[in-house]
Design a protein. Structure first.
Length: 167
């Protein structure tokens, strides 16, 4: 994983991972789309609230971390990255996943710790590779927990202890 300072002076074809973590950025650099071989992208602990549509040019991306940002909605552009296996989106403010989540057929890990997601689209239940979802840090009702576990029987779902707060 290269820092952005290191990556921007290198040949973009030779870079497979870039970290923008803790740079206090509000938007990604325009020329990030030049790094078409990226497999890992970390822009955790910044000030992002949206992602550019140009991100869809990173078709080899397998792992992305956008935790601890200011997203009020899940970045739909990510659902256009079919090789994504891991999405780390904890500590954001969105409360629903988009209908297009089902496009992420390779998705194995969805980390939503302390992100108040209460709506899961039907399409998420079609992701057969989904091995783990972390929903800790948000209290869900026993009914909600049971429904999610029933619909995703082959997925490890991490919940905090249930409450009656969302019945």
């Amino acid at each position: 994983m290269y820092s952005w300072e290191e990556a921007k002076t290198a040949n973009p074809d030779t870079i497979f991972g870039i970290s923008f973590a803790k740079l206090k950025l509000e938007e990604l650099p325009v020329n990030l789309s030049d790094f078409v071989n990226l497999k890992r992208l970390d822009f955790s602990k910044n000030r992002f609230s949206t992602l550019p549509i140009s991100l869809k040019s990173l078709q080899k991306l397998e792992w992305i971390d956008f935790s601890s940002n200011r997203f009020e909605s899940f970045p739909i552009v990510l659902t256009q990255l079919p090789l994504l296996k891991s999405i780390i989106a904890n500590r954001n403010a969105f409360d629903r996943l988009p209908e297009s989540m089902g496009e992420l057929k390779q998705l194995e890990l969805l980390d939503l710790w302390e992100t108040p997601v209460s709506y899961f689209p039907e399409s998420i239940y079609t992701i057969t590779n989904l091995k783990k979802i972390d929903l800790s840090g948000i209290r869900y009702s026993p009914t909600f927990q049971k429904k999610l576990q029933t619909r995703l029987p082959n997925t490890e779902i991490i919940f905090d202890a249930p409450c009656d707060c969302m019945e």
